[in-house]
Design a protein around this ligand. Sequence first.
Ligand SMILES: O=C(O)CCC(=O)C(=O)O
Length: 270
Amino acid sequence: MSEHEKFDEFEDSRDLLDNPAQLRQRLLDKGYLFFRGFMDQQTMLDLRREILERAVKYGYAKPGDDLMEGLFAGGEYPTGLKFATSPLFKEIFHSERFNALPQNESLIQLFTQLLEGEIVNHRRRLCRITFPQSFTETTPAHQDYHYIQGTQETFTVWMSCGDCPPELGGLAVLEGSHKAGKIEHVQINRLVGIPDDKLNIPGTRWRSTHFKTGDVLLFHSLTVHKALDNRTTDHLRISMDFRYQRKNDAIDPASMENHWSTLEALAEQK
Ligand SMILES: O=C(O)CCC(=O)C(=O)O
């Protein structure tokens, strides 16, 4: 059985887009919302092209007619902070197109309705590139609140930049887990997360999907989620994650910094 088959499908909330009260209720109940085809496809593809062109420049992706396929250039896959602080990410995290995406009018409108007031979009915006068979790098189950602090009423938006079938990775969410409160995070190999035996929480279930270009997944800062392995032999998984909260709620100063500065500071400490 493939890993994907263990997950139930997300419930698509597109039909509730004109009904903020019901959307809010669903988010409260489930801890996540999923919208198939929410973003403009061309916007996402233009960003994908830009990222892949940069990845080619630094030797991570194959150039040529197949550029948009997102094929790994080969060799050993890069890891950890060294890759995260490579010139490729310096360029991406400062890219105008990348920084414009979370400020897209439809996303801002959605969060303004969901949170019923003025919102801020964190400057800590992440792009991730995951390599084929790079299982040691797969993000384990965790709650974003562990990292982002500030108010628990912070919401993450996750999008794949290009189609992301289950074998390419994607993201899974533990529906209902936001109601369990803060869960202890521990070291899991080189990464930090929540071990499986702490996730047998009554009333919860894992959900995921075959992500398509333009799909949007959003979830509460206490909703447990994890990345799935990139099991392909040659494809790069490209994804984005952005965060939103009410303007007047508590905010961690690092959330208002370009993530590049935080990564650079971390690298200097090592
Ligand atoms: O895409 C990933 O690998 C992890 C994403 C994630 O954990 C997040 O968006 O909070």
